[in-house]
Design a protein around this ligand. Structure first.
Ligand code: SAM
Length: 203
């Protein structure tokens, strides 16, 4: 929130334009959180959720697997896995989104999708719990801590899958994932452009 601080406690009086720019930046920062709290269906209708979900299916076989989807949101990845998985735990820290996923699972008649509270650095599962651990648009703030926690909850021989949603110019998480031996490829997120996806089998 440095942009807010610099607008609110300036060394000189801010201009109306500086104040407006600070307002816009602040609103952009909290935009998604407001949508999650007010009406998750607005997020669920965003164009990039109309991606080709085959991009996930072709990375691994979900059939009969225990799957964790971190930062599940409205369940973009979770509901693809749930077509064939034994069970999908949709880890989501926002209570309103957990309620939304539960309701969506009921209306889509998916009986094996379980929303659960947690974060990418504090997953509520024992070591080696899941066959597949994945996350869409959630990895990257603290790559080392996030990767370490994802690996902890995944069985040896299991899969890690990430669709971070960042642009192709992002380097910090990308370079970290390559040093950890992830494979990667590109795919299209409608209206958001070409994004990277990553996958790795846990040793
Ligand atoms: C941009 S949405 C992505 C939702 C969904 N995975 C997708 O690909 O459409 C990011 C989600 O991650 C959740 N989130 C934010 N910080 C998180 C964290 N530290 N750990 C787990 N989830 C987090 C948010 O509440 C939100 O639902």
């Amino acid at each position: 929130m440095d942009h807010v601080r610099s607008a609110l406690i300036p060394s000189t009086e801010p201009s109306p334009e500086q104040i407006r720019q600070a307002e816009i930046k602040t609103l952009n920062t909290i935009n998604d959180l407001v949508v999650y709290a007010v009406d998750p269906s607005i997020y669920d209708a965003r164009p990039f959720l109309g991606w080709d979900s085959e991009e996930l299916r072709k990375l691994t076989d979900f059939n009969g697997k225990i799957v964790i989807d971190i930062g599940s949101g409205t369940g973009r990845l979770a509901f693809v896995a749930a077509e064939t998985a034994a069970v999908v735990f949709a880890v989501e820290p926002v209570g309103n989104l957990r309620r939304y996923i539960k309701q969506k699972a009921l209306s889509l008649k998916f009986t094996k999708v379980y929303p659960i509270d947690g974060t990418i650095t504090d997953l509520p599962f024992p070591p080696g719990f899941a066959d597949i651990t994945m996350g869409g648009h959630v990895f990257g703030d603290s790559p080392e801590a996030e990767y370490s926690e994802m690996k902890r909850v995944t069985k040896p021989g299991g899969m890690l899958i990430l669709c971070p949603g960042t642009s192709q110019t992002e380097t910090k998480a990308h370079e970290y994932l390559l040093t950890q031996g992830f494979s990667w490829d590109l795919f299209e997120e409608p209206q958001d452009g070409v994004k990277r996806k990553y996958w790795k089998r846990v040793e």
